[in-house]
Design a protein around this ligand. Structure first.
Ligand code: IPE
Ligand code: IPE
Ligand code: MG
Length: 259
């Protein structure tokens, strides 16, 4: 027999605070990367609504999750908001998402929490694929937060891991051609230094929602030794307890780096 809702809610919140206590007592990832997936399935299956309703809720979820990261002491949050391949969706969905992400960037730049916690808000991806309105929103967020470095929120927009590597290789090749660099001096560090987020540490934990167990061209270079965590919940339905579970799973891993 199912427990009455009031009892199950109380049990749930006791479990949540117990888990929170455990998680906060351990080391949290310095850099968390999230593949925010499942917006359209959430809209269809849970809301019985149009896909855009899922995207709107997904955007709100990101605001919530940024708060959880700041509260638990996670310094860097990188989220996959729009891939290079997502441009192949219907034009209407693409422009809706471009507007939604631009507005989210502007709202983050104006968010008092972002200023209190000194969060630098930035974007990684191929700017040549982005509309002017998005480029303006990126500049706005950059102007308003460029002085901060206590926390980072990096939004991957028009981002593709392979594309990022190709761009880095082209830049390095150009330097070699101009005589500014010797081929023999190219190291892993050289490649890392030419990635979009060259000043950030690699992600410690990469989390994907929605039940898909794949990387979909996210941070291919940077996740060589990241811990991976997959959860079945759709992104708009991702709860604080799911977040805590992912951090606890991370804390239980043994990172050996091949040794
Ligand atoms: C993630 O949700 C958001 C983007 C990729 C832009 P989806 O739109 O991929 O939703 P699903 O995975 O099809 O449910
Ligand atoms: C990955 O999700 C990209 C983002 C979350 C922005 P997709 O929904 O585009 O990936 P696939 O198609 O399931 O691999
Ligand atoms: Mg998807």
């Amino acid at each position: 027999m199912a427990l009455p809702k009031i009892i199950s809610n109380a049990a749930y919140s006791t479990y949540e605070s117990q888990l929170e206590k455990e998680v906060l007592a351990g080391p949290v990832p310095g850099h968390l990367a999230i593949i925010m997936d499942g917006n359209r399935r959430y809209a269809k299956e849970v809301l019985q609504a149009e896909p855009r309703e899922g995207h709107i809720m997904g955007r709100a979820k990101l605001e919530e999750v940024l708060g959880w990261c700041m509260d638990t002491g996670i310094k860097v949050l990188t989220v996959y908001a729009f891939s290079t391949e997502n441009f192949n969706r219907d034009q209407e969905e693409v422009s809706f998402l471009m507007d939604l992400i631009s507005q989210a960037l502007r709202d983050f730049a104006d968010d008092p929490r972002v200023h209190e916690n000194r969060v630098r808000v930035g974007v990684l991806g191929d700017p040549s694929m982005l509309p002017e309105s998005m480029l303006e929103a990126i500049s706005y967020a950059d102007e308003r937060t460029s002085g901060y470095s206590d926390h980072h929120l990096n939004m991957a927009v028009a981002y593709g891991g392979r594309q990022e590597i190709v761009t880095a290789v082209k830049e390095i090749a150009r330097k070699v051609k101009e005589g500014a660099m010797d081929v023999e001096d190219i190291t892993e560090g050289t490649l890392s230094g030419h990635m979009y987020m060259s000043s950030m540490p690699d992600p410690d934990l990469v989390l994907r929602t929605s039940g898909e167990v794949r990387i979909s061209n996210f941070l291919l270079w940077q996740m060589a030794y990241s811990e991976l965590y997959f959860t079945d919940v759709y992104w708009p339905g991702f709860r604080y307890i799911d977040f805590l579970r992912s951090i606890r799973a991370y804390q239980q891993r043994s990172r050996r780096y091949g040794t």
